[in-house]
Design a protein around this ligand. Structure first.
Ligand code: ATP
Ligand code: MG
Length: 554
């Protein structure tokens, strides 16, 4: 590990673990886990948790498990399990053990029976409404259920009946017997097991009851001998229950729950449950839509694992809730691609420029550098012919002040090529410009023109060699900073979240690019060859990020 690595990302969790190592707690071991529920695709919030859990394990030579918290078969699927594994691997992490809460269903049942036998759990037959009423409020204590003092025998029998499937969903629930007057509502006899007659991907029809979150989570951590159970702040109030469960039972491990602030990102919705609605309502084209904050969406958009890890390091780990600017995320990928992406030329909204001073069959092969700061990236041949495409916005018939690109009678340099001068504007009957005619100065290849300054440089592609391409320009999916607070998604959506450039042309090397290769299109932005749709015959590129920070202006 380099010096730099060891300093970035210093945080209170590291300090805490350092202290544990000093004191010999957990015998100096560090074991973490990343515990997603497979009820959707992971998003950039999960990246923070993944980097923290796997990163912490790496730092301390410890272990990190990937554990599926698969206790709600009604919402979970194998598709999500596989997607989550792929995402973690794509980020570059390897789990030690691959675990499922469902691996522990037998043990969890035995633990529940143990609690009943200790008189610390009971079967409640109140209706959900009655239970809600008896729970009390933040300011008022709860009241005890009339079923709270059932005998151990009765509880055991009913719980077994629940397990056998004797009862309908909602008829009974197993609750911990803690304290209905506790100031912490989580300790007011929380539910441990519910009846759910839904088959499970892994355990099939075996179970008619499923354990609930707090009970499952604490015991799964203990059973896997997790030392530091890192979770987001909303679980802070659950910690007393987490500890209660482990204290009552004879478990192998003695994990410690530590909470950190979840990632909140401007203009972004970070909740699997809510993202699924965007997919089912077809607001986006699936979980991997490049506008989605899912790992798969970010990947398709062109983000790299390195940029996402860099982002997590830059935002750090704290206990304070905050909202991160989009600019922070975009800066990470821009910095990565500025260093690592090769340069290419593409014209998104082309207009033809005919260099009338050249013969019809003019053919000249230039040599272009692939990366201005990295010679090792090499060069590529670049074809120049009499007709080239330039960007429509690089010509102005009536130029605005300080315009330095092509104007009637004016000169501009074709990037890496000659200086050309606009002599004629060809329009159609509708008065639209269809072609520009120019002459070139043959003495300007790799040389400044004599006796005058030409400031403007425009990118171009030989018309004969240009390959038609689809180029998609993305913006944020929402146009409000906190879409989670919006009344409805519909109101918060950005109508211009994608602009498709159907007439774009790219240099041949771009058409030949492997899917998922990233480039800087000079003067235009950073782009990736779409990992699903791109092919040499039909090139498709997604804009990853603009060349410069657009947020500073907004
Ligand atoms: P849902 O949106 O369905 O409630 P979730 O986002 O809470 O799901 P889980 O599967 O429960 O997802 O999360 C797995 C782990 O990722 C948990 O430890 C959770 O604390 C963490 N996590 C979830 N969202 C964030 C976030 N925005 N920032 C950091 N960590 C997160
Ligand atoms: Mg959750």
């Amino acid at each position: 590990m380099t010096e730099q690595d060891s300093n970035v990302g210093a945080n209170f969790i590291r300090n805490l673990i350092d202290a544990d190592q000093q004191s010999g707690k957990h015998e100096g071991r560090v074991a973490t886990r990343f515990p997603p529920e497979p009820n959707g695709y992971l998003h950039i919030g999960h990246v923070k948790s993944i980097c923290l859990n796997f990163g912490t394990a790496q730092r301390y030579n410890g272990t990190c498990n990937l554990r599926f918290d698969d206790t709600n078969p009604a919402k979970e699927s194998e598709e999500y399990v596989n997607a989550i594994k792929d995402d973690v691997q794509w980020l570059g992490f390897e789990w030690d053990a691959l675990c499922h809460a469902s691996d522990y269903f037998d043990k969890l049942y035995d633990y529940a029976v143990d609690l009943i036998k200790q008189g610390k759990a009971y079967v409640d037959s109140s209706t959900p409404e009655q239970m809600r009423e008896m729970r009390g409020t933040l300011t008022e204590p709860g009241t005890e259920s009339p079923y709270r003092n059932r005998t151990v025998e009765e509880n055991l029998e009913l719980f077994e009946g629940m397990k056998r499937g004797d009862f309908d969903e909602g008829a009974h629930i197993l609750r911990a017997k803690i304290d209905m007057t506790s100031g912490n509502i989580n300790l007011r006899d929380p539910g441990l097991y519910r009846i759910l007659k839904v088959p499970h991907v892994r355990t099939g029809e075996t179970w008619k009851i499923y354990p609930m979150y707090d009970f499952t989570h604490s015991l799964s951590d203990a059973l896997e001998n997790i030392t530091h159970s890192l979770c987001t702040l909303e679980f802070e109030d659950h910690r007393p229950l987490y500890n209660w469960v482990i204290e009552q039972l004879d478990t192998p491990g003695n994990p410690q729950q530590i909470e950190f602030a979840p990632l909140n990102l401007e203009y972004t919705l970070l909740s699997k449950r809510r993202l699924i609605q965007l997919v089912t309502n077809k607001v986006v084209d699936g979980w991997d839509d490049p506008r989605m904050p899912t790992i798969l969406g970010l990947r398709r958009r062109g983000y790299t694992p390195a940029a996402l890890k860099d982002f997590c390091e830059r935002i750090g780990i704290t206990k304070n809730d905050s909202v991160i600017d989009m600019a922070v995320l975009e800066t990470c990928i821009r910095d990565d691609l500025n260093t690592n992406a090769e340069r290419r030329l593409a014209v998104l909204d082309p207009i033809k420029l005919v260099i009338t001073s050249l013969p019809e069959d003019h053919a000249q092969t230039l040599t272009f550098q692939n990366h201005p700061q990295n010679e090792a990236a090499g060069t590529r041949p670049y074809e120049f012919t009499r007709e080239v495409f330039i960007e429509r916005e690089d010509f102005a018939e009536v130029p605005p002040p300080k315009y330095q690109r092509l104007v009637p009678g004016g000169e501009v340099r074709l990037r890496g090529c000659y200086v050309v001068k606009c002599t004629d504007i060809i329009k159609n009957d509708a008065g639209e410009i269809v072609e520009l005619h120019c002459t070139h100065d043959p003495d300007t290849l790799g040389k400044k023109p004599e006796g005058r300054k030409v400031k403007g440089v425009v990118h171009w592609v030989s018309a004969k060699h240009a390959v038609p391409a689809t180029v998609r320009l993305y913006d944020t999916l929402f146009n409000v900073t906190n879409p989670a607070a919006a009344e409805s998604f519909e109101d918060a959506l950005n109508p211009d979240s994608v602009t498709v450039m159907n007439n774009a042309v790219v240099e041949p090397a771009l058409a030949k690019a492997e899917a998922e290769t990233r480039f800087q299109f000079e003067r235009t932005g950073y782009f990736v060859a779409d990992r699903i749709e791109h092919s040499e015959a039909t090139p498709v590129f997604n804009r990853v990020v603009t060349l410069r920070d657009v947020w500073a202006k907004k």
